[in-house]
Ligand binder design. Structure first.
Ligand SMILES: Nc1ncnc2c1ncn2[C@@H]1O[C@H](COP(=O)(O)OP(=O)(O)OP(=O)(O)O)[C@@H](O)[C@H]1O
Length: 308
């Protein structure tokens, strides 16, 4: 008897998935695969269809058409066997707030039919062991997010969905949660993250799907997305050092803007233009900004004008 090669089978396969709510076409023929062990990001502006997509993959909603396969099975109609292999962390994760962190997790473990000891292990995974005896309603925002993650992980799922896991956290708490997520990644689990934060996608994800108006508009590694768009670099020069016309006359300059007392020079030939601008101004006065995933994202989703 031959067993299928599970390791090479994708964790999630979407093929032509559509979903409408009345007149609103929330998803319009979305197809992509998530590889096993991948940290996969789903990015898109508000209303792009991310939540709808993740709910369909989790088996909470039915697609109107197209096919969905998750860990080798169809998630709809609701598939209990599959649900046991999936962990979901939402922004509104429910807690037993009057319990301590460890009591909360022991309760969740009991609901899953797991041994009590799994609660301690889950707390350790998210670095919250020292808060085991703190009441849930006394935890900080970052600690609650970690507890939500521990709740999603307690049954050791193969596939984990994280919905904006660092929303509303301060920079330090975000970075320390990133460290926890990176550790999970090394355990070989498949992680699907929806986020509005491009730096988060860039820092964590192997590949990123960008969704806009219900369609997949790009899917690649963060660095390839940036490269593929050939987004221009920007040089910022104090406006009293160079005029916009002088800047426009430099070979390799694509566009010149004046913003807040600075002449902003966009170019895809940053090194050459930098040398030419050096004839007008001391190099130490020039600020530069290279293309980021944010530039790629804003162009692809057509939200360029709503930013900055
Ligand atoms: N239950 C529903 N009934 C009617 N329309 C809905 C429903 N859920 C979502 N929509 C609409 O479908 C579209 C996609 O919504 P969805 O929540 O999937 O987007 P999203 O990318 O997750 O947005 P956000 O980032 O704001 O959470 C939006 O136009 C939204 O208003």
């Amino acid at each position: 008897m031959t067993t299928p090669d599970l390791a090479s089978e994708p964790a999630v396969v979407l093929d032509g998935v559509t979903k409408s709510y009345g007149e609103v076409r929330a998803l319009d023929g979305v197809s992509f695969d998530v590889t096993r062990g991948e940290f996969f990001g789903i990015l898109g502006p508000n209303g792009a269809g991310k939540t709808t997509l993740v709910e369909i993959v989790e088996g909470m909603r039915q697609a109107d058409s197209g096919s969905v396969t998750v860990l080798g099975s169809a998630p709809w109609p609701r598939n209990l066997e599959l649900l046991r292999r999936i962990g979901v962390q939402t922004q509104t994760s429910a807690f037993f707030t009057r319990l301590t962190a460890i009591e909360h997790l022991e309760t969740v473990a009991a609901l899953h039919g797991l041994e009590r000891t799994t609660a301690g292990r889950a707390l350790e995974t998210v670095g919250l062991t020292d808060k085991a005896r703190s009441r849930v309603d006394n935890l900080s925002g970052g600690q609650r997010q970690r507890l939500a993650l521990a709740t999603a992980l307690i049954h050791e799922p193969d596939l984990i969905f994280l919905d904006e896991p660092t929303a509303a956290l301060d920079p330090e708490a975000r970075r320390s949660l990133w460290a926890v997520l990176r550790r999970l990644r090394t355990e070989g689990r498949t992680i699907v993250l929806t986020t509005h934060y491009l730096d988060e996608a860039e820092a964590l994800c192997d590949r990123v799907a960008i969704i806009a108006r219900g369609r997949l508009v790009a899917l690649d590694t963060p660095s390839a997305l940036v490269r593929g768009l050939a987004a221009p670099a920007r040089l910022f020069v104090p406006a009293d050092r160079i005029t916009p016309d002088q800047a426009r006359a430099i070979e390799g300059v694509d566009r010149v803007l004046v913003e807040g007392g600075e002449v902003v020079i966009e170019t895809r030939a940053a090194n050459r233009v930098l040398v030419a601008v050096g004839a007008f101004v001391d190099m130490s006065e020039i600020r530069t900004r290279t293309a980021t995933l944010e530039d790629a994202y804003l162009r692809l989703t057509g939200t360029e004008h709503s930013s900055r």
